[in-house]
Design a protein around this ligand. Sequence first.
Ligand SMILES: *[C@@H]1O[C@H](CO)[C@@H](O)[C@H](O)[C@H]1NC(C)=O
Ligand SMILES: *[C@@H]1O[C@H](CO)[C@@H](O)[C@H](O)[C@H]1NC(C)=O
Ligand SMILES: *[C@@H]1O[C@H](CO)[C@@H](O)[C@H](O)[C@H]1NC(C)=O
Length: 532
Amino acid sequence: MKSMMPPKRESCESMETPNTCFTNAFMLTFLLLNLALETVAGADTYSRDDFPANFVFGSGTSAYQIEGAANEEGRSSSIWDTFAHAGYVHGENGDVACDGYHKYKEDVKLMVETGLEAYRFSISWSRLLPNGRGPVNPKGLQYYNNLINQLISNGIQPHVTLHNYDLPQVLEDEYGGWVSRHIIRDFTYYADVCFREFGDRVLYWTTVNEPNVFSFGGYDQGSSPPHRCSPPFCAIKSNRGNSTYEPYLAVHHILLAHSSAARLYRKKYRHKQHGYVGISVYSFGFFPQTNTEKDRVATQRARDFFVGWVMEPLQYGDYPISMKTNAGVRIPAFTTRESEQVKGSFDFIGVIHYTNINITDNSDTLKNQLRDFNADMAAKFSGLDLFSNEEYPVTPWGLREELNNFKLLYGNPPIFIHENGQRTASDSSLQDVSRVKYLHGYIGVVLDALRDGLNIKGYFAWSFLDLFELLDGYKSSFGLYYVDRDDPELKRHPKLSAKWYSRFLKNRSTSIVGTVELEKDPSLVSIGHLFE
Ligand SMILES: *[C@@H]1O[C@H](CO)[C@@H](O)[C@H](O)[C@H]1NC(C)=O
Ligand SMILES: *[C@@H]1O[C@H](CO)[C@@H](O)[C@H](O)[C@H]1NC(C)=O
Ligand SMILES: *[C@@H]1O[C@H](CO)[C@@H](O)[C@H](O)[C@H]1NC(C)=O
């Protein structure tokens, strides 16, 4: 899932001292370039075998994005169905998606051919528990049992997320979903059902996918489900919500629900199932726009607001000081008991990373009486247009830097890279050279980070297939496999990236020389023989 932070381009012209600005920008560029060259040089010649045998490589999807069968066999709506059906995603929705609900056997076969060692997917809460709690839907239960068994019998490790933007609509309607404390009880009940039914085969559980972006998009800007916000902060107008307060409240309840589920697992299941419970967090690579004290401080503040928001409570039992200072009473306080429950309530952290942003100090917003998350953060972001189909630049040193920060700032937790991948426009040509370069560069820095002693356990390329994406529907594509939406069978076709990843996973050469040649003259090289 990609983020929805709006692009806020700031140029040096607006600064007081243009000359200093130019020099600093130049020096920063120079430094980054040096880093880039080093990174590329170090990462060029690796193979699967350079990673530890128990490091896992996989790829991911999520329930609403792949399953389809939205109204079949007892599934009820989630807040994502509601959002999509209101027309906010180019009028597209996940009613059919990739029809993964019916095609799971075919998809697992593709995973085997690709050589995936692990598959990250999510469970649709409203498929398993159509009332949000209470009776289990036997058809939903059977579907997930079938999928998990199919994976296990093919030697593919399931990594399961419980909540990926798809809270049952019935709970949103009943009490406001994540803005109510009732959600803690209901989420724990849902997690209990999943641990009980699937925990004999599933060892890796992620409670909630990127709570930071979920809350910012869903409760501040209103640009993603559940589409709550208040003026003047709404990106998509809504008559429900409170942008000044609810983003903090939602993350607070997510942390409490997460820790409640993690505690339940430890008490009731861990001794017999021997699995792990974690949570994922979205992270940019954060860089100061200029080498000034103000921008450097603003960069750390932005990191606090994005990553520290989730990581500091988990690691230290409380929110970052910068957040408590700037949000004041609008950020809920943990009681001593809650703080103790949240602290340490994870076995791993899932890091979701796509791209870097530059940060400029924007402390003026702190003078505003009415402030949202953005205004409290008091930082401006600049980078590529996250709302577009623009391809991400291959700037893997940002991931390297942020992985380091997990070590320096958040206690070096065990990490899975849960999502990382290249966005392109949906394209039937299958010649996704930029995705190959992206994966090659990013997997390379993961190897560098491992060699430097970081505690990284696995890497999941986003996404396995071209999916229904959060804001772009089917217009943007992250998949290793193209899904032909004009074909009633929704046939999957391997892109160049699937072939490259497959070669890598099978420990064959991953040199990208061939792709560079391909880019010069695509007609010269047939895909099948590209890397031979
Ligand atoms: C939002 O919540 C804050 C804090 O509870 C409150 O002061 C403010 O009036 C609310 N604003 C709206 C638009 O409801
Ligand atoms: C960040 O700033 C550097 C140095 O000015 C520049 O080279 C780079 O393109 C910027 N990155 C983004 C994402 O805007
Ligand atoms: C994997 O590839 C590397 C580099 O080509 C080679 O040195 C190693 O022996 C291979 N490992 C296996 C298990 O084939």
